[in-house]
Design a protein around this ligand. Structure first.
Ligand code: OSB
Ligand code: MG
Length: 372
């Protein structure tokens, strides 16, 4: 197929509650919807997941849109694409800018799935020589809280809603005392903590005391560029470490594996430059006994649908950070809603990503000028 049109629509969504991590507090989520039209008249959609400011990763919504307009768009012009993987080979010539690449690449996967009259979940499972699950068990990520009472209530509510695993953000060593109490008070729930790079090797002295059967991993305790100190820390504690901010590519996963920096990988399609790279990472992790699972970054409906398609893979069994649509936003960009039932979200059965942009945004997208 050939891509004949590319439209970008920046959108701002108000969060129900500010989401607090060590990097920043997000009250308003800016995303960009990417619409690609192919030569058969089919539309594919992607979501640009960079944040507005460069704290979690170096890219921003503005920088990524610029790269899409100036670098990625021209690369798409007049080329014949026979398989979605071909585009990754071309995009991998661009250094960094993984989220810009992923926004366009995921839209191309959506196009291919629709062309082959498959759901994206079906196409991905087929590429991986496996099957997919119609209902996907999911977990929740809870932003940092100012009080123990607030944190406890949020945990009780998340559990009542059915989430299979609860991730709690931590930003300082003092908060680990609170986590220790939580682990003791809720022995039957499955927890993990995410430090978003807020510790140094020196401030991790309390980590060893946290070891408990209901704490399944500690995500990204140390600096975003570090593999060596993570390895030292992992060798000192029983609890598995998981890397998030460090992982932009399969090479990063190989580094983590060789250095034993972690035993788990939080995989985000956007952060690794798209679905093709994500699948290569999953294969590597499965071969090397690293626990790999699908992370999230406050996605709107298109990104959530894309995550769910990959999370549905049989074998990717650890519950991902994929909440119900109602968790973050008052109003989503798509016409349908992902509803949590028995701690699971169901994979849409319409073709491709299986969700549709609502009419307001569909019109607005069509009214933008094509960048091709
Ligand atoms: O560290 O996994 C993270 C959100 C934004 C940026 C980074 C992270 C997160 C989350 C939320 O933890 C996951 C989600 O529910 O989308
Ligand atoms: Mg994280």
């Amino acid at each position: 197929m050939k891509i004949i049109k590319m439209h970008l629509l920046p959108i701002k969504l108000q969060l129900k509650k500010p989401f607090i991590s060590n990097h920043e507090t997000i009250s308003e989520r800016e995303i960009t919807v990417i619409g690609l039209k192919n030569d058969a008249g089919i539309w594919g959609y992607g979501e640009l997941e960079a944040f507005s400011a460069p704290y979690y990763t170096p890219e921003t919504q503005e920088s990524a849109r610029l790269i899409i307009r100036k670098v990625i768009g021209p690369l798409l012009k007049n080329i014949q694409i026979n398989q979605p993987e071909e585009i990754t080979i071309i995009f991998n010539n661009i250094a960094g800018n993984q989220m810009a690449k992923a926004a366009v690449e995921t839209a191309i996967w959506d196009l291919f799935a629709k062309t082959q009259k498959k759901t994206l979940a079906e196409l991905i499972a087929q590429k991986m020589n496996t099957t997919y699950r119609q209902n996907v068990p999911v977990g929740i990520s809870i932003g940092a809280k100012s009080s123990l009472v607030d944190l406890k209530n949020t945990i009780i509510s998340a559990n009542a809603q059915g989430y299979r695993r609860i991730k709690i953000k931590v930003t300082s060593s003092e908060e680990l005392d609170i986590i220790k109490r939580i682990l003791q008070e809720f022995p039957d729930l499955t927890f993990m903590i995410d430090a978003n790079s807020s510790f140094s090797l020196k401030t991790t002295t309390k980590f060893a005391e946290l070891a408990a059967p209901n704490l399944v991993m500690i995500e990204q305790p140390l600096r975003t560029t570090d593999f060596v100190d993570h390895s030292r820390l992992q060798s000192r504690i029983k609890t598995r470490l998981c890397l998030d901010e460090n992982i932009f590519s399969l090479d990063d996963v190989k580094t983590a594996c060789m250095l034993k920096s972690a035993q788990a990988i939080n995989l985000k399609i956007a952060r690794v430059g798209g679905i093709t790279n994500a699948l290569a990472i999953i294969n590597f992790c499965w071969e090397h006994k690293l626990l790999v699972w699908c992370g999230g970054m406050l996605e709107a409906g298109i990104g959530r649908a894309t995550n769910l398609a990959i999370a549905s893979l049989t074998g990717l069994n650890f519950p991902g950070d994929i909440s119900a649509s109602s968790r973050y936003y008052f109003k989503d960009v798509i016409t349908s809603e992902f509803i949590l039932e028995h701690g699971m979200l169901s994979v849409p059965d319409e073709l491709g990503i299986g969700v549709v942009l609502n009419s307001k945004y569909q019109k607005a997208l069509q009214n933008t000028v094509s960048l091709l």
